[in-house]
Design a protein around this ligand. Structure first.
Ligand code: IMP
Ligand code: MG
Length: 177
């Protein structure tokens, strides 16, 4: 049997997400701001749903989905957009909402693509940050938790499409054969 240990509880998530919502509200409250929350599917949906309810300034939401391919044995960070935004971003202050920042390849590519569309501004919020595994330089504006190099699941995060529905973040230990 594989084992799941609770790593970040429901209460801890609730508290931190509400703090992040307050920080984001403060940054985007002025009348010249026009916030667009962009969640990257699928892992970010649970975080997005909770975060947006803790943001009290005017905001719109949209979603993107990407798939990454590695070329040969090197993880190249080639990112393909498989679901794009519905809106023209030139009027918006984009805040990208991610579940976890790991190597950073996916996000750095996505940021590069979004910048070519000239949004008013582009910032980044991730619930979890795994700095030990970073390969691409990504500047974070909002961070929920810094975590060690462990494979985590739950609160949107999956292992092979499972466990996204867990209300907490757990560390998954797989059986040894
Ligand atoms: P990266 O930053 O380009 O390496 O990719 C980050 C993506 O890898 C995340 O959006 C997740 O989908 C996935 N990922 C990275 N670490 C974990 C983990 O510990 N659990 C579940 N998914 C992970
Ligand atoms: Mg993801």
């Amino acid at each position: 049997m594989s084992k799941i240990d609770v790593f970040i509880s429901e209460d801890q998530l609730k508290k931190r997400v509400s703090e992040l919502g307050a920080e984001i509200t403060e940054k985007y409250s002025s009348p010249d701001k026009n916030l667009l929350l962009v969640a990257v599917l699928k892992g970010s949906v649970v975080f997005m749903a909770d975060l947006m309810r803790n943001i009290t300034c005017k905001c719109a939401i949209d979603f993107m989905a990407t798939s990454s391919y590695s070329s040969g044995t090197v993880s190249s960070g080639n990112v393909k957009i498989i679901k794009d935004l519905d809106v023209n971003v030139s009027e918006y202050d984009i805040l990208l909402v991610e579940d976890i920042l790991d190597s950073g390849y996916t996000l750095s590519k996505l940021i590069e693509i979004l910048k070519t569309r000239n949004p008013k501004s582009l910032s980044l919020c991730t619930l979890l940050d795994k700095p030990d595994r970073r390969k691409a330089d990504v500047k974070l504006d909002f961070r929920g938790f810094t975590i060690p190099d462990e494979f985590v699941i739950g609160y949107g995060l999956d292992y092979d499409e499972r466990y996204r529905n867990l209300p907490y973040i757990g560390i998954l230990t797989l059986d040894k054969e």
